[in-house]
Design a protein around this ligand. Structure first.
Ligand code: NAD
Length: 518
């Protein structure tokens, strides 16, 4: 099937109206939304609350309680009780099919309340509806994938082997116990699902720490989990700032395993904390995604596709294309087409029909992006579209224009993840030069190569120093294939969304058994 150049457009908003159930949930009978511990909302002993806002209007959606050391400890104890069982069967003792049944009930309830969860993504997360709907679909897709894995993986005793005279040994695979998922603000529903399902289906109980900018979906999902019948303490949500709530989770020795997604600096800091008491940690972190466009590619077609992937969630996707290396022979046409694509993006409120580029998540990001645009020019980038602030009539959000800069080999003007619809384009003389430049970064999350010669594309893709390497596509994900990073973008292990992810939520012991002496 051929794709006409004009068919390719950025993710676009349909008009979205706030569902009453979402408003009621946010109002919470006039009280701030509490954290969710042991099946109940709790307010927190610090008596601290924070506001979560719609980034497109700066309107406050809800007040949320901040959880401190005491609440983290309370949650760890509740999760441990739920794991072990408190006079009754614990979560660790549930049969796989019992866990599967609860997960299925839970995802049915998510479908029932789809509009509320979409409101969390669109209003709290600032996403356009087309992308939010795609994110919502990940709940079921992720659950079904990990249900299949859970049915396949053998927990408990592995095969026995003779290890000496009268002595045998075997492995024993078990869940860690209490695990935590620390989540960034940009994909709250997707990442909650990615952490929750493998953790729960392998028999762990979980603490979920949503980002302070987008806490609503995790809190709503916790309510649905209770309605589905998950025992109290199996799923807990701890809301608050990273340096308070997140830090308390990382410092708690009762948390056996942490899965983190976020920025490299924070991931590195959490790893150091975890090391103090031997908590295992998995890290998936930011990137500075690249695309290589070979001379046989149609410059207009590929410029539009690259533009689309540079603008996914307004460039606030971890794998986003921020660095483009295009063959000199087609560079001018490519640059013209990418400029046109960026210029045509409809900037607006994310819940208004037709919007393709909405507000960024908060004031800090807004300031950082403006600073990065300025620094790109100072480091030698030539503005094609200089970026800067944008106005949206009647909306008081954090709006910015897309930015595109031309650069040259050796001009290192785009060294950091900018996290907006922002890209540098570097004309190059060969695929080898492009590859060398694309790999010249400490990040290593996502990269793509665009060419009619698919075999050549595959050969180049294998040479990227990235966890996710794509040919004629970008930002693709599939359950069964690891999604992870290399360099400062990732930690050890294969990434998320594969069988190894499920195994990460388990530990293996060696059991040796000798005949009784004598
Ligand atoms: P962040 O690192 O600032 O925060 C991530 C989470 O960590 C938040 O919940 C935050 O509250 C918490 N946190 C912050 N300081 C902490 C501390 N000292 N101890 C414990 N927890 C702490 O990231 P962000 O700004 O929320 O998200 C954007 C980043 O996430 C980008 O770099 C993006 O590329 C990355 N990201 C990566 C992936 C991936 O799969 N690799 C996916 C989405 C986002």
């Amino acid at each position: 099937m051929s794709t006409s150049t004009m068919d390719i457009r950025a993710f676009t908003a349909s008009k979205f109206s706030t569902p009453e159930k979402f408003t009621k949930f946010c109002q919470n009978n006039g009280k701030p939304l509490g954290g969710f511990v042991d099946g109940e909302q709790i307010t927190g002993s610090m008596n601290a609350t924070f506001e979560t806002t719609d980034p497109g209007t700066m309107q406050v959606l809800a007040r949320v309680c901040e959880m401190g050391d005491a609440e983290v400890d309370q949650a760890v104890r509740a999760a441990q009780r739920a794991f072990d069982g408190d006079g009754v069967r614990g979560w660790r003792d549930f049969e796989v099919e019992e866990r599967v049944e609860l997960v299925k009930k839970f995802i049915d309830l998510c479908d029932r309340d789809r509009d509320v969860l979409l409101a969390c993504e669109i209003l709290d997360g600032g996403k356009v509806s087309e992308l939010a709907a795609g994110d919502f679909a990940q709940i079921r897709a992720c659950a079904e994938y990990f249900i299949d894995v859970a049915r396949k993986v053998q927990m408990g005793d592995g095969p026995s082997m003779e290890v000496g005279a009268g002595q045998r040994g075997f492995t024993y695979r078990e869940p860690w116990g209490v695990v935590a998922g620390i989540i960034p603000w940009n994909y709250p529903i997707v990442l909650t699902a990615w952490f929750m399902f493998p953790a729960l289906l392998s028999g762990n109980t979980i603490l979920i720490k949503p980002a302070e900018d987008t806490p609503l979906s995790a809190l709503y999902l916790a309510q649905l989990a209770t309605e589905a019948g998950f025992p109290p303490g199996v799923i807990n949500v701890l809301t608050g700032r990273g340096e308070i709530t997140g830090q308390a989770i990382a410092e708690h020795p009762g948390v056996r395993y942490i899965s983190f997604t976020g920025s490299p600096g924070v991931g590195q800091a959490i790893l150091r904390t975890c090391d103090l008491h031997g908590t295992r940690m998995k890290r998936e972190m930011g990137g500075n995604g690249s695309a290589i466009v070979l001379d046989d590619a149609d410059p207009e077609l590929v410029a539009r596709l690259v533009g689309k992937h540079a603008n996914q969630h307004f460039g606030q996707t971890c794998c986003t294309i921020h660095r483009v290396f295009v063959d000199k022979k087609i560079a001018d046409d490519f640059i013209d087409a990418q400029k046109a694509f960026f210029q045509d993006l409809k900037i607006g409120y994310q819940a208004d029909e037709g919007t393709q580029l909405g507000a960024v998540v908060n004031a800090t990001q807004h300031r950082r992006i403006l600073q990065a645009q300025k620094e790109t020019a100072q480091r030698g980038g030539t503005p094609i579209l200089a970026g800067g602030c944008a106005e949206v009539a009647g909306k008081n959000g954090y709006y910015l224009k897309p930015a595109l800069y031309r650069t040259a080999p050796g001009v290192n003007c785009n060294p950091l993840e900018v996290f907006h619809t922002f890209a540098t384009i570097c004309p190059v003389s060969s695929a080898e030069e492009a590859l060398q430049l694309a790999n010249s970064t400490p990040y290593g999350l996502g990269a793509s190569v665009w060419t009619k010669d698919v075999e050549k594309g595959i050969a180049l893709a294998k040479q990227f120093r990235d966890g996710t390497c794509q040919v004629n596509c970008h930002n693709s994900i599939a359950y069964g294939l690891p999604y992870g990073g290399q360099g400062i973008s990732g930690g050890p292990g294969a990434g998320v969304n594969c069988e190894e992810t499920f195994l990460d939520y388990t530990q293996v012991k060696a059991i040796y058994v000798a005949d009784y002496p004598g």
